[in-house]
Design a protein around this ligand. Structure first.
Ligand code: PRP
Ligand code: URA
Length: 209
């Protein structure tokens, strides 16, 4: 069964509600994406492997847990995924960042790639794809296709809002890639926007409309 995690943490839910509000100013919207990014980073890394290593506290030697598994790459889908990066890096400062430039053609709703830059060892890392909106999922599917072409096998998807249609499409294509989202909304409208949603995430984050 494909994994779908809906993050019900009260702080995430509260901040998401603030973001949905139509009159929320751009700078507050951006700040909220950043804060939720940090909280979602906590959730998506919850099961990372640990190993006990010997250390010395000021008082005594001990065995204490440190991260043991693969190193991380955060892979934001431009533009809106960028909003999650600072919050996530605040928790995992040693992570690398892969930028995936995709836009959604407004007529066909197909993803069009315009940029891709990943660390050379991306295939050996755990890759966490970031995009606040999983609508048709064409963008997320294209991003994961591209990462798989580069050899990545350990991939997770983090979004803020998902449409049921997008979850079905994404897991129909990449069933082994787990999704973390703060909410699954009702449906897509005739333009492929999530309802009730929060509008256009990139425009609201960067003040471009
Ligand atoms: C938005 C959003 C996702 C995509 C989701 O980006 O940030 O990347 O749409 O839609 P989908 O699931 O139907 O593919 P957009 O294409 O508007 O580009 P932008 O971030 O540059 O505004
Ligand atoms: N992209 C957005 O920014 N919002 C949506 O609702 C759908 C796609």
């Amino acid at each position: 069964m494909p994994e779908l995690h809906v993050v019900k943490h009260p702080l995430v839910q509260h901040k998401l509600t603030l973001m949905r509000e139509r009159d929320r100013p751009v700078h507050e919207f951006r700040q909220l994406v950043n804060e939720i990014g940090m909280l979602l980073a906590y959730e998506v890394t919850r099961d990372l492997a640990l190993e006990d290593v010997p250390i010395e506290t000021p008082l005594a030697p001990m065995l204490a847990p440190k991260l043991a598994g693969k190193k991380l790459v955060f892979a934001p889908i431009l533009r809106a995924g960028v909003g999650f990066v600072d919050g996530m890096l605040a928790l995992v400062p040693a992570a690398r960042v892969a930028h995936i430039g995709l836009y959604r053609d407004p007529q066909s709703l197909q993803a069009v790639e315009y940029y891709f830059k990943a660390p050379p060892d991306v295939a050996e890392r755990l890759v966490i794809v970031l995009d606040p909106m999983l609508a048709t999922a064409n963008s997320a599917v294209a991003a994961v296709d591209r990462l798989k072409e580069r050899g990545c096998r350990d991939i997770r998807m983090v979004c803020l809002l998902a449409a049921p249609e997008g979850v079905a499409h994404f897991h129909g294509t990449h069933p082994e890639v787990p999704i973390w989202t703060a909410a699954i909304d009702t449906r897509l409208d005739e333009h492929g926007y999530i309802l009730p949603g929060l509008g256009d995430a990139g425009d609201r984050m960067f003040g471009t409309r």
